[in-house]
Design a protein around this ligand. Structure first.
Ligand SMILES: NC(=O)C1=CN([C@@H]2O[C@H](COP(=O)(O)OP(=O)(O)OC[C@H]3O[C@@H](n4cnc5c(N)ncnc54)[C@H](O)[C@@H]3O)[C@@H](O)[C@H]2O)C=CC1
Ligand SMILES: O=C([O-])CC(=O)C(=O)O
Length: 317
């Protein structure tokens, strides 16, 4: 029995995520939230969704609102509201504009739903996770972002295609920024349980090309169809299912780390974390030397942008 709220449900990602989440059996209540002025659109979304429930036999209470205070009683609150990037923009270009909205929203969430988990999707997601953590006043286990889970999924699909195996045979991870400085963990990549570097075909793997494809996926999709929707929507639903099913899966999400990765910490960034109904718990890990260098650079980048955005937010409050 759980209530899930989607803030930004009128948008591309929010509306598709709402539909994928409606397939999760634990969800009994869903609240679609949009900006004031979007009431009619939200009503339309609810009616449309109810039609799909009728076709599938889904039984779920569905409501809509334009008041963030209505998050009260939610178990999971997903924030997909905010500006998306345009072709040629970097996700970090959105940082300050989206941070203003996230800070305001997070404050209300902290007051009205102090026991909820707050799941950030809005970009730049690592910086937005830090802003949400600060302004909600919630505990680090309660606030997390989609992080590099989507990037890890993208890499997994490319590896599966290369080796002609089912995606479920591939385990891989990308950590760090959901952005240019992301770091693939080849040392933690296995196929059918065998470390990828122990497979003779590994030497021919086009690592660089694969990572170029992963890094540019968002931009490619935005250029061709305006927004990334299905990948993020399914990735969001996987996390919600993991939480509500109390599954203790280890997925790579943006989370506050103290010093869990080779002693590096005090930042919100994509790291492997155990996820269950209580929230998100980063797993202490020790990386190979080359991977540490890349991760440390990614942390430094995100820490600098986060500090800059937080300072600007404080000045305009
Ligand atoms: N972390 C990830 O992997 C991904 C993150 N995103 C991010 O998710 C966000 C939403 O993307 P889309 O759904 O494509 O955008 P969209 O433009 O379709 O929807 C954005 C929604 O946010 C609302 N909104 C915009 N500015 C707002 C404000 N100041 N206050 C309150 N609500 C506001 C809009 O009304 C709309 O409902 C973007 O920041 C995008 O970059 C998108 C895909 C993947
Ligand atoms: O690229 C974007 O702006 C949207 C996003 O984060 C993704 O799909 O990875």
């Amino acid at each position: 029995m759980a209530k899930v709220t989607i803030i930004g449900a009128t948008g591309n990602v929010g509306s598709f995520a709402a539909h994928t989440i409606s397939e999760i059996p634990h969800v009994t209540d869903m609240l679609l939230m949009g900006r004031p002025g979007r009431e009619e659109f939200l009503e339309g979304c609810c009616r449309d969704m109810a039609d799909s429930f009728a076709a599938r036999g889904t039984q779920m209470r569905l409501a809509h609102s334009t008041r963030v205070a209505d998050v009260e009683g939610s178990d999971v609150i997903i924030c997909t509201s905010g500006m998306p990037r345009q072709v040629g923009q970097d996700r970090n270009d959105l940082a300050f504009e989206n941070a203003k909205m996230v800070a305001e929203t997070a404050e209300i969430v902290g007051e009205r739903a102090p026991d909820a988990l707050l799941f950030m999707v809005t970009n730049p997601v690592d910086v937005m996770t830090a802003v949400a953590l600060k302004y909600s006043g919630l505990e680090p286990r309660q606030v997390f972002g989609l992080g590099t889970h989507l990037d890890s999924m993208r890499l997994k699909a490319l590896i599966a295609e290369y080796f002609k195996v089912h995606v479920s045979e591939v385990h891989t991870r990308i950590i760090g920024e959901h952005g240019e400085s992301m770091v693939p963990l080849w040392s933690a990549t296995t196929i059918g349980g065998i470390q990828i570097c122990n497979l003779p075909t590994f030497s021919g793997l086009p690592h660089r090309e694969m990572m170029d494809t992963v890094r540019s996926s968002g931009q490619f999709i935005i250029k061709n169809k305006g927004a990334t929707v299905y990948g993020p929507g399914e990735a969001i639903a996987t996390l919600v299912r993991t939480i509500l099913g109390d599954e203790n899966r280890i997925l790579t999400v943006s989370s506050y780390i103290r010093s869990e990765v080779n002693g590096i910490g005090d930042v919100c960034i994509g790291v492997p974390a155990r996820i269950n109904r209580k929230g998100v718990f980063p797993v202490p890990i020790k990386l190979a030397d080359r991977e540490v260098t890349g991760f440390a650079a990614s942390v430094e980048k995100i820490r600098t942008i986060t500090a800059d955005v937080t300072e600007k937010l404080e000045q305009c409050r």
